[in-house]
Design a protein around this ligand. Structure first.
Ligand SMILES: [Zn+2]
Length: 460
């Protein structure tokens, strides 16, 4: 660079020297110039004449420059104004973003208005206007702005995301489904668009369509293998619930298929166990007894991991009807998870049926000492009535039962929302297959899966 600069100076010096040399050479003999024209006469030196020509040339160039500068002046003024507006708009935009991040929605809205005055088509200005309107509680304006943003390719995706998030608060699931379908029509390959449609289809009980979207998500590799299997299992479970009771075989196949995909996910395992229990209850033959034994073993294994009311119900269906045999079955179950309130409950209700009042009372007292369980209070009431015929004591326990909330059975792993009933989609955060037993331990072990899979019918 430095060498280049030196060369340039040398070149300029050479030019200057040449110019001085030419002027000196011309000055040696300035010559003469005479112009005559229509009686008008000009006489001067040739050098002056040349100087005049050069001066005219320079003046012409300067005049042309001046003309161009004057012609371009309005455009330059426009450009300067545009730059100033852009600067103001972008400043308002960045201040607005900061205001929104600080939770000052009013200031953000004000700045969004200012920004969109200066930079009308700036996608960020539209987004700030819409989001600040939404944060300020004006969801109608926000919605209008989001819909306007759908027309621009660069703002379409954030607008769709915002619309899907907005509709999640709407209690009408058909509205959510309409928005999810619109989003899918515009952007069918985006992960969260597919998930949104799957969730809304599920919330509208369109489980067959939901299954199709889920297959697409799996094909597009938007889910891990484990997620894909678990999600598919819950969708199959929901599909099974929609199969008419006349098509028992189809229903059983779906549940078994779900279990094969996610045998360690408790809701699926419980549904499958329920199916096995129903089958065992139906068949009274020898093979039925062996099926029943297998089912009982599986139930005991799940009980050992974590007891729950659903498993207790299944146990009651499987257990023998003779009261003392029933008690022995309950004790065998309770032994799998001693000191658990539901283990005490299983034994207590069996003992009550055997009229073993002392045993029943001992078990129920153990529950009462552990946690307030409405079922235990109801059994206490039954015990007081049966053992002592004391209606007053029974009423006291019934009153206590009615005033005690049922413990939440299911909890969402994603938002910790508690629910009494299991659902495939969390009603609070719309996560798929996220509900599991409250206070639950880790998923069922691998050995359970292997055993469970071995018990599956060969028709799959
Ligand atoms: Zn949730």
């Amino acid at each position: 660079m430095r060498l280049f600069r030196w060369l340039r100076w040398i070149w300029r010096l050479a030019l200057l020297t040449l110019l001085v040399a030419i002027i000196a050479w011309l000055a040696q003999d300035s010559g003469s110039l005479e112009i005559r024209w229509r009686g008008w006469q000009l006489q001067t030196t040739a050098l002056m004449g040349m100087g005049f020509v050069v001066a005219v040339a320079i003046l012409t160039v300067l005049m042309d420059r001046l003309r161009r500068w004057l012609v371009g002046w309005p455009a330059r003024r426009r450009d300067r104004r545009h730059t100033r507006r852009l600067e103001k708009g972008l400043n308002a935009l960045s201040e607005g973003m900061l205001a929104m991040a600080s939770g000052d929605t009013r200031q953000a809205q004000k700045l969004a208005g200012k920004a969109s005055r200066f930079v009308k088509k700036e996608p960020l200005a539209m987004l700030l206007s819409a989001q600040s309107a939404e944060m300020g509680g004006d969801s109608a304006t926000a919605q209008t702005l989001y819909h306007r943003m759908l027309d621009l390719p660069e703002t379409r995706v954030p607008a769709l995301r915002a619309l899907l998030q907005q509709v999640a608060k709407n209690p009408d699931p058909t509205v959510g489904l309409a928005v999810a379908r619109q989003a899918f029509a515009l952007e069918p390959t985006i992960n969260w668009v597919q998930e949104g449609l799957l969730v809304w289809l599920g919330l509208n009980h369109h489980w067959d369509d939901a299954d199709q979207i889920l297959q697409k998500m799996i094909t597009d590799r938007h889910l891990t293998r484990a997620e894909g299997q678990r999600w598919r299992a819950v969708v199959l479970l929901q599909q099974a619930q929609q199969v008419p009771s006349t098509q028992q075989d189809a229903r059983e196949r779906l549940v078994a298929q779900a279990y094969r995909l996610a045998p360690s996910y408790r809701p699926v395992a419980i549904a499958y166990l329920g199916q096995l229990t129903a089958q065992a209850a139906q068949s009274g033959s020898r093979s039925g007894q062996s099926e029943s034994r297998q089912t009982k073993t599986l139930l005991h294994k799940w009980w050992a991991i974590q007891p729950c009311k659903e498993l207790l119900d299944l146990h009651e269906q499987l257990a023998p009807s003779e009261p003392f045999a029933h008690l022995r079955a309950a004790e065998a179950l309770a032994a799998k998870k001693p000191l658990h309130p539901l283990s005490y409950l299983a034994v207590a209700q069996a003992a009550l049926a055997c009229k073993l009042w002392g045993k029943a009372r001992q078990q129920l007292q153990a529950i009462v000492d552990l946690e307030p369980l409405p079922d235990a209070f109801r059994l206490m009431a039954a015990l007081e009535k049966s053992e002592h015929g004391s209606k007053e004591a029974a009423y006291k326990w019934m009153d206590k039962a009615s005033k005690t909330a049922e413990p939440a059975a299911w909890v969402c792993a994603s938002c910790h929302h508690q629910a009494a009933e299991w659902t495939a989609i969390c009603s609070s955060c719309h996560a798929v297959a996220s509900l599991d037993l409250a206070g639950g331990e880790v998923d069922g072990g691998k050995d359970l899966e292997d055993e469970a899979l071995a018990s599956l019918p060969a028709v799959l």
